[in-house]
Design a protein around this ligand. Structure first.
Ligand code: PLP
Length: 341
């Protein structure tokens, strides 16, 4: 198979139209057979539920070329399950797990020429999503939906080297205590854009959102979970019912315990104890872990010992181990790698 002629190491994180995408429609109470299509446009009724009341959820995962030249995905079963949970919460029909996995396999195989080669640092980012296509004007769930999945190649996240991030403690809320913070829905992102633009304007990379009820505890950023390392190398991740259960964070916790022999604790983390940690990182599919060098809490600077030049020692070990598992140079736990080609 001939790869596309792209400068793989220099593509960014932007949408690029690839050859084939998967589409399945839900109508009269059931999903149709689904198929690959070359049509990258979506034509909708003007009153479609997604356009009026924002009934939508999505996922994000990657396909990798491993050291032996295989094309694989990383724990896509967890994306399938998480999307089932998001859909149920939004009163949308469930897209079955086996069908989700089949759609991932089909899209990756059909776009194999777009999967960046091993060693480039680039990957094929996959975006499964589901939205209400049926018309609704009275507020209620739609009766028709579309599941869609496309891929787009994305470049290495740390192009030009690692740059630890500077965050600010936000005055805005991301998720209400019994709201939608734990599901992957576009609506959580729509309302985070203002907070994110404000943070950028003030020179920060991201917001740290505290819990909305008490503004005392660390929740997450707009799109990544926190992971902290104490001075004696204990990994700590914030516990909350209103943060999105990141698959990367859950995988890093396993790696910390079973590969690196570290103690891991999931508990509520107070903003006031941030300065006790030695390292801080943001976990998500895009970067695996982005190191955080500094968090500014209303003028008070919290600087992590790992500094503004490089990843902390434990963060780096976690990063190297998980990316090694994804790229096939470190043996993966049973069931983590799904080989497609
Ligand atoms: C997608 C997402 C993450 C990261 O989850 P991964 O499964 O690791 O990619 C974290 N927080 C939010 C709000 C997200 O939407």
């Amino acid at each position: 198979m001939e790869k596309k002629n792209l400068d793989w190491s220099n593509i960014g994180f932007t949408y690029m139209t690839t050859d084939k995408r998967y589409v399945s429609n839900f109508k009269n109470g059931k999903w149709d057979a689904g198929e690959l299509t070359e049509d990258s446009t979506v034509v909708l009724n003007e009153c479609a539920g997604i356009l009026q009341y924002c009934q939508e959820c999505f996922e994000g995962l990657k396909a990798y070329t491993t050291a032996d030249g295989s094309i694989v995905t990383f724990r896509p079963d967890l994306n399938a399950e998480r999307m089932m949970g998001s859909a149920a919460w939004l009163e949308m029909p469930i897209f079955p797990k086996e069908r989700f996995l089949e759609a991932v396999d089909q899209v990756v195989a059909a776009n194999a020429a777009w999967v960046p080669p091993y060693g480039s640092g680039a990957t094929l980012y996959l975006r499964p999503y589901m939205f209400a296509t049926g018309p609704v004007i009275g507020v209620k769930p739609s009766s028709e939906y579309q599941f869609r999945l496309f891929g787009t190649p994305v470049g290495p996240y740390f192009k030009g080297g690692v740059k630890p991030l500077t965050l600010c403690v936000s005055d805005f809320d991301r998720a209400a205590p019994h709201g939608t913070g734990h599901i992957k829905a576009g609506l959580n992102y729509a309302m985070s854009l203002h907070a994110s633009e404000m943070a950028h304007m003030r020179g920060y990379d991201e917001n740290l959102f505290p819990d909305s009820a008490t503004r005392t505890y660390v929740e997450e950023t707009g799109g990544a979970n926190f992971l902290f390392v104490t001075r004696d190398h204990e990994v700590v991740t914030p516990a909350s019912d209103s943060i999105l259960p990141s698959i990367t964070r859950r995988s890093l916790v396993y790696v910390a315990e079973h590969y690196l022999g570290l103690k891991v604790t999931q508990r509520k983390v107070k903003i006031s104890e941030l300065s006790d940690f030695a390292e801080c990182g943001l976990c998500g599919t895009a970067a695996v872990i982005s190191p955080v060098g500094k968090i500014v809490d209303h003028g008070k600077e919290i600087c992590f010992e790992s500094g503004m030049e490089e990843m902390g020692e434990i963060t780096k070990k976690l990063y190297d181990t998980l990316t090694g598992i994804q790229m096939g140079t470190i043996e993966a736990p049973e069931g983590w790698i799904r080989k497609i080609l």
